[in-house]
Design a protein around this ligand. Structure first.
Ligand SMILES: [Cu+2]
Length: 256
């Protein structure tokens, strides 16, 4: 009994300090190993298989103005790309995820020639996926996708995102972001980025109004970012606008 309790406390303590990050990716049955901030950089970024951008740590980024908000580090780019067809899913793999409140988003940015040459803080990103509150009763007690995403059985947390089917082929970066809002007026951003080589017969690219920068797109005064989900003006409602503007899904653009 005492041993079990101690073991559980040890797990809770580890998780409480651990935060988290995006560890691997899958496309179909193929696994792509990501960067591990707890392993020496020299063993990873020179490796021909590396597809994820170096990231700094599993700790959150607190400021919308932090340059790390793009990719959790403007650091060293990887040499390789994950191949994927437009219209297919890429799944982000987390070994576990602890937090439960706040939205999750996925973004792409086009690299004109080589993603290694791109400044992640200057390139134009567009949102392709988002999920927020799935059901009530309110923002603090409701079920968010971020909570539904958690597995506590030892298997990884999996987050599938579809590349827009009509997206123009080329080299892109993909950016996954978890925004956790469980601490009052202290948002936590957890972004990571990887390189994609998108193939397929698509001919579309989002218009200017979908293109944003990190930092830039978020406003620290945004009531969805600087938020108290326990006592704020929307605490007892299910109203929540996922920050960062609309999703571009590659459909309907030609009709505008
Ligand atoms: Cu955390």
């Amino acid at each position: 009994m005492a041993f079990a309790l101690l073991a559980w406390l040890a797990i809770l303590t580890r998780l409480a300090y651990a935060h988290g990050g995006l560890a691997n990716y899958t496309v179909g049955n193929t696994w792509y190993r990501g960067y591990d901030p707890s392993t020496p950089t020299s063993d990873q970024l020179g490796q021909p298989w590396m597809i994820q951008r170096e990231w700094a740590s599993i700790d959150p980024i607190f400021s919308v103005d932090d340059k790390y908000i793009a990719c959790n580090n403007p650091g060293t780019p990887p040499p390789s790309y994950i191949p994927i067809r437009a219209g297919d899913n890429i799944t982000a793999v987390y070994w576990y995820w602890l937090h439960a409140l706040g939205p999750m988003t996925a973004w792409l940015a086009r690299c004109e020639t080589d993603c290694r040459e791109v400044d992640v803080n200057k390139v134009k990103w567009f949102k392709i996926w988002e999920a927020g509150l799935l059901e009530g009763p309110n923002l603090s007690e409701g079920l968010w996708y971020q909570k539904a995403f958690q597995n506590w059985d030892g298997s990884p947390d999996l987050w599938p995102v579809t590349i827009p089917a009509r997206l123009k082929a080329g080299l892109y970066m993909i950016r996954h972001e978890i925004l956790s809002i469980h601490v009052e007026n202290k948002p936590q951003f957890y972004p990571e980025c990887a390189h994609l080589n998108v193939t397929g017969g698509g001919d579309l690219f989002p218009p200017e109004e979908f293109l944003v920068t990190f930092p830039g797109v978020y406003d620290k005064g945004d009531p969805s970012i600087n938020i108290d989900v326990y006592a704020g003006p929307t605490a007892n409602s299910t109203n929540y606008t996922i920050p960062g503007g609309p999703i571009w899904d590659g459909f309907g653009v030609l009709d505008k």
